[in-house]
Design a binder for this molecule. Structure first.
Ligand SMILES: Cc1ncc(COP(=O)(O)O)c(C=O)c1O
Length: 425
């Protein structure tokens, strides 16, 4: 009962982050949000020079703000991956545009360039290039076509914060970039999104919009700050056995809110969908971004440990290994034959298993506004029913990494007829 449990959600918030949130709340007395935002811009510009930095209440609202500023609206199409979170098309329908999906390559979980290029027509006004689970998409051909046609490219680094390809950080090449700071991501402020713009026309319009944009009310800030701090702590491995009941009760009594509310699943984002990021979260944002080099270092050590320990096994395939990738991601993904068997094995041994993205647009939407039919995307659909994700975030201790690695190994030894494909790597 009191067993240590490695959750998918204790990756980014612990006691120190909870304290920073409280400090951020009090710091409103001597520091304005504007001053905090300036510090954030200075810091983020060290990694992404010559970009304008905007922070919003979520990454999905960053997408909407960006599309809106580019003048995208009803009648326009935006290309995205068919293997993604519902939040992405939600940002598109929030401005009245239509999401159009491109299938993925089986092994990389990413769109191939041609899969996106084949969908470009005169109504396509933006393309969201999603770098899934820390693995970068090459999109130089798309860039050429997009600049001829005036199409906006947004790199979606929600699942790839800190990841690099050929030594260049993902998020360094497009007109605009988004990062998600939601609880399940590599770094988090509970909820939050960062948008970078390196396009002058876009930046002018974004700045105009940002100046008049509202921020969450005091009650919401307190509730979200409380939820972030309590959830991070309740997901800690030693506390999770009781923490999960506390989290359950807070959701039951509607003190906690889900990251995707019902109205968004129904295709009706709320009127305050796009808001500025609030003060306490701004304070935590800068604290979190400062960890980038340490997280990159730790992640690459953890990945080399687990790849080495699994290398000699015959029933695991590491698909299309590309040694120029330096993935950083909150989870690692495997393609399983029997997903239930794999899940039961890990749960029995105290490790949570996730299913991103089992929709393959997840959660599956109820509204036609999303324009999504899984059957049209055979690769994404095939992966969706077999994929599993294991926690691989930066708060894993060396003994957690050893444990996860030996559990994968022991699963493969115990069930030699089962085959696993390590996706992305
Ligand atoms: C690939 C991807 N992009 C964007 C988002 C949106 O992030 P947020 O929850 O901050 O709106 C998500 C959410 O999980 C995601 O997985």
């Amino acid at each position: 009962m009191f067993k240590r449990f490695i959750s998918l959600y204790y990756g980014s918030i612990g006691f120190s982050e909870a304290l920073v949130l409280v400090y951020g709340l009090i710091s409103a007395i001597w520091e304005t949000d504007e001053q905090k935002r300036r510090k954030i811009s200075e810091h983020i510009n060290k990694y992404f020079p010559n970009t304008k930095v905007y922070s919003y209440s979520s990454a999905r609202s960053s997408i909407a703000a960006c599309l809106g500023a580019w003048g995208i609206g009803p009648g326009d199409k935006v290309l995205i991956s068919a293997f993604t979170c519902l939040a992405v098309p939600t940002g598109i329908i929030a401005v009245g545009a239509k999401p159009i999906y491109a299938d993925i390559k089986h092994s990389s979980l990413n769109n191939g360039e041609d899969q996106l290029i084949n969908l470009i027509d005169d109504s396509v006004k933006a393309i969201i290039v999603q770098h899934t689970m820390g693995f970068g998409v090459s999109f130089s051909k798309i860039k050429e076509i997009a600049s001829e046609k005036g199409i906006l490219i947004i790199e979606d680094c929600a699942l790839s914060w800190g990841a690099a390809k050929s030594g260049i950080l993902l998020g360094s090449k497009a007109d605009a970039v988004i990062f998600s700071m939601e609880l399940s991501k590599t770094i988090s402020t509970g909820w939050g999104g960062v948008l970078l713009s390196r396009n002058d026309k876009l930046s002018i319009r974004l700045t105009e919009h940002y100046e008049i944009l509202g921020k969450p009310g005091f009650k919401r800030v307190i509730k979200e700050t409380f939820q972030t701090a309590i959830s991070g702590i309740c997901h800690k491995p030693g506390i999770h056995w009781i923490g999960k009941y506390i989290i359950y009760l807070f959701f039951k009594f509607k003190i906690f809110r889900y990251s995707t509310p019902d109205n968004e699943i129904k295709g009706s984002p709320s009127s305050d969908f796009i808001l500025k990021l609030a003060g306490p979260q701004l304070m935590l944002l800068i604290f979190q971004w400062k960890k980038m080099s340490a997280i990159q270092f730790q992640y690459s050590n953890n990945i080399s440990y687990i790849t080495t320990s699994l290398a000699a096994l015959e029933n695991i395939k590491i698909s299309d290994y590309d040694d120029l990738q330096h993935a950083v991601s909150p989870r690692i993904c495997f393609y399983t034959e029997d997903r239930q068997l794999f899940t039961d094995w890990f749960l029995e041994n105290g490790v949570e298993v996730g299913y991103w993205f089992d929709g393959p647009l997840s959660p599956l939407p109820e509204s036609e506004k999303f324009n999504f039919d899984p059957e049209l995307f055979p690769n994404a659909n095939a992966v969706a029913s077999h994929i599993v994700n294991l926690p691989f975030h930066c708060r894993l201790t060396p003994s957690d990494v050893r444990k996860i690695s030996s559990l994968v190994r022991n699963f493969l030894l115990k069930y030699p007829e089962q085959k696993l494909i390590w996706l992305g790597l």
